[in-house]
Design a protein around this ligand. Structure first.
Ligand code: ATR
Length: 270
C-alpha cells in the first residue's frame, strides 16, 4: 500500500501543503500520497482515529487544531514541548508522535534562504498568540542580542517570555507603546492582523537601518509589510517559512530532506 499523509484543518481548502509535499515526493522519489482533510470543529480526535484506522502514516495539523493535537499525542519532540503545540504527527505501532516544525521553518528561512544571522541581533516579535509562541523559543535558541515580544495584551507577551527555557536575560515583554525609541534589526509580525488588513500601532522608528521585516503571513501585502517598506526595511512574507516547515515535516516522516528552493519558486510563481 502507498504511504498516505494528509493535512487536517478547518478551514483547509486553501492549504498549499498537498502541492508542496507532492513536489517534495517527486523530487526525492518517495511513493506517497498527501491530501486535505476537513475535520469538524468538534471532531478532531475522531478524524485522527479514522485516519489511523485507514492506515495513514502521518498528518500535518493546521488552524485551529494545533493545541488539541498536542494533547492527543503520546510522545512529543522538544520542539513540540517548547511550542506547546503540534503541527506534525507520526502514527506508529508504539503510539502517536507529535512534532512542531514551525519554529525551525522560520529560522531556516531567515538564516539560510535570506542569509540573515539572528545571533547578536536586536529582534522584535509582534504578537503573543499561538503563532508567536511557536517561534519564540527557536528564536531565543539562536542567541539574539535582544528578543522583545510586543503585544496588545501585555499579559500574554509576559506569559510567552516567562516560559523561556533558555537564559532569558535578553528576552523582554512590552506593549506597542513601549517600543518608542527602540530600534531592531529583525522585526517579525506573528499577529493575525494581516488577515483583517489591520495596521499595528508600531512606531515607524522600530525599523533600524538595513532591518529585515518578516511577516509570517503569505499571499498578500499586509499593512505591516507596507509600513516596513515605507521605512526602508527589507520586506519578506512567510512563504519561505511555509515551505521550510513542510520540508522539516517531510524529513521527520521520510528521513530525507528535500531541496526547498525550487519548491519556494514554484509556489511563488502561482
Ligand atoms: P494565531 O494562532 O494566529 O497566533 P491567536 O492565538 O488568536 O492567533 O493570536 C493572535 C495575535 O494577534 C495575538 O497576539 C493578538 O493580540 P492579543 O493577544 O492582544 O489579542 C494579535 N492581534 C489580533 N488582532 C489584533 C489587533 N487588531 N491589534 C493588535 N494585535 C492584534
Amino acid at each position: 500500500m502507498v504511504d498516505q499523509y494528509a493535512v487536517i484543518g478547518n478551514p483547509v481548502a486553501h492549504s498549499k501543503s498537498p502541492m508542496i509535499h507532492e513536489a517534495f515526493a517527486r523530487q526525492t522519489r518517495q511513493d506517497m500520497t498527501y491530501e486535505r482533510v476537513l475535520a469538524p470543529l468538534d471532531g478532531f480526535a475522531d478524524t485522527i482515529r479514522d485516519l489511523i484506522a485507514k492506515g495513514y502514516k502521518g498528518v500535518n495539523v493546521t488552524v485551529p487544531f494545533k493545541f488539541e493535537a498536542f494533547a492527543l499525542c503520546d510522545f512529543h519532540t522538544e520542539q513540540a514541548k517548547s511550542a506547546g503545540a503540534v503541527n506534525t504527527i507520526s502514527f506508529t505501532a508504539n503510539g502517536i508522535y507529535g512534532n512542531n516544525t514551525d519554529g525551525d521553518g522560520l529560522i531556516r528561512d531567515i538564516t539560510r534562504n535570506l542569509d540573515t544571522a539572528i545571533s547578536g541581533k536586536r529582534v522584535l516579535l509582534l504578537g503573543a498568540g499561538g503563532a508567536a509562541e511557536g517561534v519564540f523559543q527557536p528564536l531565543l535558541a539562536e542567541c539574539p542580542g535582544l528578543l522583545v515580544v510586543a503585544n496588545r495584551t501585555l499579559q500574554k507577551a509576559e506569559n510567552v517570555v516567562s516560559k523561556s527555557h533558555h537564559e532569558s536575560r535578553q528576552a523582554k515583554a512590552t506593549t506597542f507603546e513601549g517600543l518608542k525609541n527602540q530600534q531592531f534589526d529583525i522585526v517579525i509580525n506573528a499577529t493575525s492582523t494581516g488577515l483583517t488588513d489591520t495596521a499595528l500601532p508600531v512606531p515607524d522608528t522600530v525599523f533600524a537601518e538595513g532591518c529585515l521585516a518578516y511577516d509570517m503571513m503569505y499571499g498578500r501585502e499586509t499593512p505591516f509589510m507596507k509600513q516596513a517598506r515605507n521605512h526602508g526595511a527589507q520586506v519578506v512574507d512567510g512563504l519561505g517559512m511555509l515551505v521550510e516547515q513542510a520540508a522539516e515535516a517531510f524529513a521527520y516522516w521520510r528521513g530525507i530532506r528535500p531541496e526547498t528552493q525550487p519548491v519556494i519558486a514554484m509556489v511563488r510563481a502561482l
